[in-house]
Design a protein around this ligand. Structure first.
Ligand code: ADP
Length: 452
């Protein structure tokens, strides 16, 4: 048995047993396996009797503590405060917030319930690692119950600057919640900067050292840990995917791919408009480029997600109507998730990977696209400057997604880029993706949490 202290991971959702494992799940399960511990999270079930359930993970190296949500909790904590207030706020869209007092009540209540169910399984030297924006108040709730263990938070999405934070009904409360953590982890320097500025302006935060903040009379450490992917697995899956030639012959065009949840933060309408501009300006590209956009809808109960679905479907239809020929469909727009090995094969076939969010914590698709390329004949990554990934992926074509001209020029440049330039850019990008993979991320975070 390991001599490391146990690890308690708390996340909004427990991974499903039959999930096609994402990189984050693999990394957190590896960390749990090596030190033992418990992964705590929502089961995905909405029921009237949400009792917690503690079970051994298959292999018994760690346990899983799952809980259901009542319909009211699901509305107020998950769809409400988390995804109709914090998500738009952190993605620079305060105008899309739906502020209702009952959302905050539900959010606080669920976090309190998680703290109470965690208490009996906690041991004095456990380390607790809280994931993401659904759980900001958890450390405060645990401290109120007398828990003194090291508690860290990692925010997977951007941190809002002072102008956006000020749109919260009670901005100081956010910083009070955060002050109970020992370590706050962010995706990018940009987020750490926004946190520092917002804490100073809205909560009298005092930066006492580059990585130390005094907040509500407590000391909190802050650090940037850019998350990565399971690069080795992706490289193998993409290389093992069936050969792409058949697909190229079928379409006779070079493929441009976008893979996103259908979310208003991802800049999908902006990239559709840029593609429309490209086809208007460069008729030579007709029938030589084909755009595959894969975007499964999420959070369909929230109105802003219904709106983005309508807008994107409308635009795709208009572009196809304007440019399609008897043997060419300019955009294929698919609302379905695909298993990871299929995605890896599609990325590898695509001459252009289009990652153009208006705001994004990191964006893992950018890293997956790079890992999936054939190093001898790689495709080109077009990356928004507003993705956290842009801080460490300078060899991509970095664009402003709000500017259709800038994006259309990058598409044209990628279409005609020489193989030598594509190889050079790809080699540099791949090195970063491999060196800073998701195992590196979780190891680095946990080392920092352990040094108090
Ligand atoms: P976000 O977490 O906001 O959705 P990221 O780009 O960081 O954005 O992560 C998205 C993850 O979801 C990636 O690992 C990507 O492969 C996966 N994904 C997105 N769309 C699909 C899809 N259609 N099928 C399967 N996986 C998908």
């Amino acid at each position: 048995m390991s001599t490391e202290p146990r690890l308690i991971v708390v996340s909004n959702r427990l991974p499903l047993g039959d999930d096609p494992s994402g990189g984050l799940v693999v990394a957190l399960e590896d960390a749990l396996r090596s030190s033992g511990g418990v992964w705590v999270g929502f089961s995905g079930e909405v029921t009237d009797d949400p009792a917690p359930d503690l079970q051994d993970h298959p292999g018994a190296a760690f346990q899983r503590l799952s809980f259901d949500l009542t319909p009211q909790e699901h509305d107020e904590y998950y769809l409400g405060y988390s995804n109709s207030i914090l998500w738009p706020l952190c993605h620079g869209r305060p105008n899309l917030m739906r502020i209702r007092p009952e959302y905050l009540d539900g959010y606080a209540r669920v976090n309190q319930r998680i703290a109470r169910m965690l208490l009996p399984v906690l041991r004095p030297d456990d380390r607790i690692w809280v994931q993401d924006y659904h759980l900001f108040p958890l450390a405060a709730e645990l401290r109120a119950l007398g828990v003194e263990n090291p508690i860290g938070h990692f925010l997977h999405i951007p941190f809002p600057g002072p102008a956006d934070c000020a749109a919260l009904p009670n901005p100081a409360q956010l910083f009070d919640w955060l002050s109970h953590y020992d370590l706050l982890g962010f995706q990018a320097e940009r987020d750490l900067g926004a946190f520092a500025e917002s804490a100073r302006q809205l909560a009298d935060g005092d930066q006492v050292a580059p990585d130390r903040f005094r907040l509500s009379g407590r000391m909190v450490r802050t650090q940037v840990f850019p998350i990565g992917i399971d690069a080795a697995a992706f490289i193998t899956e993409a290389a093992d995917a069936p050969d792409s030639d058949r697909m190229r012959l079928l379409t006779g065009a070079k493929m441009m791919i976008g893979v996103d949840r259908l979310d208003y933060s991802k800049g999908i309408p902006q990239r559709f408009r840029a593609y429309q501009l490209l086809l208007e300006k460069i008729p030579d590209l007709h029938e030589k480029i084909s755009f595959l956009q894969i975007a499964p809808p999420t959070r369909g109960e929230v109105e802003a997600y219904q709106d983005i679905r309508e807008e994107t479907e409308h635009l795709a239809g208009r572009i196809n109507g304007q440019f399609a020929t008897l043997n060419w469909t300019p955009i294929r727009f698919i609302h379905r998730p695909f298993p990871r090995p299929v995605l890896a094969g599609l990325y590898r076939q695509a001459r252009i990977g289009l990652v153009t969010p208006l705001a994004d914590g990191m964006n893992l698709v950018a890293k997956e696209y790079v890992a999936a390329q054939n190093p001898d004949d790689p495709g080109v990554l077009i990356l928004s400057r507003f993705a956290g990934a842009a801080e460490t992926m300078a060899e991509a074509l970095i664009i402003n997604p709000h500017d259709p001209h800038d994006l259309a020029v990058a598409m044209a440049q990628a279409m005609r880029m020489s193989q030598a330039e594509r190889r050079d850019r790809h080699a540099a990008l791949l090195e970063g993706v491999v060196d800073h993979d998701v195992a590196w991320w979780s190891r680095t975070y946990l080392e920092a949490l352990t040094v108090r």
